[in-house]
Write a protein that binds this ligand. Structure first.
Ligand code: FUB
Length: 367
């Protein structure tokens, strides 16, 4: 999640005659929200894709194919009076809607409220990026929320239908923390949850399973904070093992360092498998890339490969990758619909190409 304690590089997009110039400036998120004076047309005119939903704000799209249909599980962004702050309190989402489509470019159906904050017994606020899985004849919705003490945990809710409504478990997943759960089903039908997000996502505060509000990101020459992974139990309601660190390494085997902001993990983990390899993709946060690393095991280590998606309009960059009818697609968001407001985003999709050497072609969301 975007926090501003360490604000430095920021992106300001100038769109002109089918050329996008991205310049890094010393802007805060507040300042970027000032760009909302720019018209939506100006901001979005060279986009490669249109928003999938235009009558509400949506973000963090986790896409899956269930029963031959694409289901999208996004965050539901809302307008709020809460001032933006270092904890990301203005990302004050209160429910989830599920969307589906039966073809690429086809009608997108809004299935309505799938889970409401008021029906999650342990949660107090901020329903951030969710994901979903199918197992045991049921659908599982995984989601982060702050508990009554203001600490992010990960919850799970179940339904007999992919679009819900979902019923939340009474407590968060034991030993879960931070944000952005992403559940990957391996070809042997094991399920793994990847999670974590720094700054507003609080990952930096967790050391040896203890929550410490005084902890910050490691200093620049130390290994970066690691995203987390745990195999899920058969009932899909908990972890089957202790939570492990996911290592992201350079090609020389050395860990990516905390100061390597254009490569280090920030939030928005996602895993897909292609040609027997595991692709771990993630947002670099304050440098705004969706980067990826490849490994031979769902636990990693993963070796950094490059960028899947260049920075988008808005501060956050968050995605998912799914195969549908023999082609691969990237689901992502930007803030075109709100005229660039950081916390009011809209989901989009575009085709993703794996190249013959196993790398992924970098996508720019604007021509
Ligand atoms: O939508 C709230 C947060 O913003 C997500 O959890 C992060 O990944 C970022 O997209």
């Amino acid at each position: 999640m975007s926090l501003f304690q360490n604000i430095k590089a920021f992106l300001f997009f100038v769109v002109a005659v089918s050329v996008v110039t991205i310049s890094c400036q010393n802007n805060s998120e507040e300042e970027q929200e000032g760009t909302s004076g720019e018209s939506q047309d100006t901001l979005g005119q060279n986009s490669i894709s249109e928003p999938l939903i235009t009558d509400m704000y949506t973000a963090d799209p986790s896409a899956h194919v269930f029963n031959g249909r694409i289901y999208i599980y996004p965050s539901h962004d809302v307008e709020t009076d809460i001032k933006s702050n270092d904890a990301g309190d203005h990302f004050a989402m209160k429910d989830y809607h599920v969307f589906s489509m039966d073809s690429i470019g086809g009608k997108v159906t809004n299935h309505g409220v799938a889970l409401d904050l008021k029906n999650i017994p342990w949660a107090s606020r901020q329903l951030w990026a969710p994901d979903a899985a199918f197992a045991n004849g049921k659908y599982y919705l995984y989601f982060p929320a702050k508990d009554k003490e203001g600490v992010f945990k990960i919850g799970v809710a179940t339904s007999t239908r992919p679009a819900g409504p979902f019923k939340a478990q009474p407590k968060p997943i034991e030993n879960s923390f931070s944000i952005d759960p992403a559940v990957f089903q391996d070809t042997d039908s094991s399920y793994y949850m990847y999670f974590g997000g720094i700054w507003g996502g609080q990952l930096q505060r967790w050391v040896d399973n203890t929550y410490d509000t005084t902890r910050t990101e490691p200093v620049k020459d130390q290994p970066a904070l690691a995203p987390k992974v745990a195999r899920l139990s058969k009932d899909m309601l908990g972890f089957a093992e202790p939570v492990r660190d996911v290592q992201i390494l350079h090609s020389n085997g050395l860990p990516i360092l905390s100061g390597e902001n254009d490569r280090r993990f920030f939030e928005a983990a996602w895993v897909h498998k292609y040609n027997g390899k595991y692709y771990f993709s993630y947002s670099t946060g304050d440098t705004h890339f969706i980067a990826y690393a490849v490994g031979d095991s769902p636990y990693g280590p993963f070796t950094y490969q490059g960028v899947i998606l260049n920075p988008v309009i808005g501060w956050t960059n968050h995605h998912s990758i799914v195969e549908f009818k023999g082609k691969w697609y990237l689901f992502y968001h930007d803030s075109v619909l709100s005229g660039g407001q950081t916390h009011l985003r809209n989901i989009k999709m575009t085709e993703l190409k794996h190249l013959p050497d196993g790398t992924i072609e970098t996508i720019s969301a604007y021509r």
